[in-house]
Design a binder for this molecule. Structure first.
Ligand code: ATP
Length: 362
């Protein structure tokens, strides 16, 4: 197995900085997800690790070995693509055996390895079939088997579940995670799907515009986002963001916008004192807003805009001044569009960001 180290790694295509001087250490045996919207540079990063793209600048190390000039076939990697890239004219056995035959491995060793890997992936009984005679989920397993049969030190996945329906995607998500756990192979997995990232990764690298915005565990990324981009990209529905200022009224610190003000907790006094009159963005997750029919000391008047029932939970879209906020709750309230209600923020659970840089403050 191997540790992967990316040092000041960049890839430019003419004037596009697809990857812009990133640094990343993926520990031996870890499952890292590269997460971000379309065009943010995650696939380009994966293809540089694979050796398919040559970096414009920077270094790639596997353990302590510099890999920049090592050809893809000698990197000890296995790769699984979104398209599966199976050979349609070959049966599954031949598809999986292909990379070993290319290495001129002995026939019985090839046979032993193909049987072993396909047994683990539960496709051992399908080996005579051709790719068009099996389901999408089974094709994905064949692609994984072909990547694993070489016994790689590193596994690379590029959006492998994008072509599957929702149920199969959720099933394969758990299967790939289990497999990676059992094998302990260092894995880099590219996706734009935050649920895949959150559920599968040991650590997530959130990308935007060719740069890594945050590299951390799913829990830390969710609970302590480093900036507005990460805060709003991870979490469904997305975090609510409001423009606020800190105000000092008689020694009490408030977060205020044109429609509301709410008092911050005394333990935040020191931080708040430094932020008075500064322009900030207040971030509140939809599950940290409470709705009520009655006015309380801290509550803010609002109006129900629209409801989105999800079965177990409901998303209430509520209007506060000109802003629409999303509130996620399991509580059923007998509300309809146009009803007047009150909302309050959880005073322990909000986030503050610098309005200019977007960076987290508190
Ligand atoms: P997606 O999920 O859509 O694949 P991504 O995050 O993987 O997005 P990349 O494919 O890495 O993004 O692309 C990053 C940027 O580099 C984009 O602006 C893209 O248009 C550009 N780019 C990628 N590959 C090439 C190429 N071979 N030639 C020119 N520009 C490229």
């Amino acid at each position: 197995m191997a540790r992967i180290l990316l040092k000041n790694l960049s890839k430019h295509f003419k004037n596009v900085k697809a990857v812009d001087s990133i640094n990343l250490e993926i520990k031996d045996g870890e499952f890292t997800v590269l997460l971000g919207p379309s065009g943010c540079g995650k696939t380009t990063t994966l293809l540089m690790i694979a050796g398919i793209y040559k970096p414009t600048a920077g270094e790639i190390y596997f353990d302590d070995q510099l890999m920049n000039n090592v050809p893809p076939k000698d990197r000890g990697i296995g790769m699984v693509f979104q398209s599966y890239a199976l050979y349609p004219h070959m049966n599954l056995y031949d598809n999986i055996a292909f990379p070993l035959r290319a290495q001129k491995m002995k026939k019985d060793e090839i046979d032993r390895r193909v049987r072993e890997v396909t047994k683990n992936l539960d496709i051992g009984k399908l080996l005579d079939r051709r790719p068009f005679q099996i389901s999408g989920g089974q094709q994905q397993r064949v692609a994984i088997a072909r990547a694993l049969v070489k016994r790689p030190k590193i596994l690379l996945f590029d959006e492998p579940l994008s072509n599957l329906d929702a149920a199969l995607r959720s099933y394969m998500r758990a299967e790939i995670k289990k497999l990676q756990n059992d094998l302990g192979i260092t894995t880099v997995y590219v996706t734009h799907d935050q649920i895949e990232a959150m559920t599968m990764a040991n650590r997530i690298a959130v990308f935007s515009m060719g740069r890594i915005q945050q590299y951390d565990t799913a829990d830390n990324i969710y609970n302590y986002p480093s900036n507005v981009f990460v805060a709003t990209f991870v979490g469904t529905p997305a975090m609510n963001i409001l423009n606020v200022e800190v105000k000092n009224y008689n020694g009490e610190f408030y977060l205020q916008d044109e429609n509301f003000k709410f008092k911050t907790l005394p333990q935040r006094r020191e931080i708040m004192a430094k932020l008075v009159e500064k322009k900030l963005k207040l971030g509140v997750r939809p599950e940290h807003i409470k709705l009520s029919l009655k006015k309380t000391e801290d509550s803010i008047p609002a109006e129900v805009y629209v409801l989105e029932p999800l079965g177990r939970e409901v998303i209430y879209n509520i209007k506060v001044g000109n802003s629409i906020l999303k509130v996620l709750t399991e509580e059923r309230m007998d509300l309809k569009a146009g009803d007047r209600i009150f909302m309050s923020f959880d005073r322990n659970k909000y986030h503050l960001f610098d309005a200019d840089t977007g960076k987290a403050i508190d």
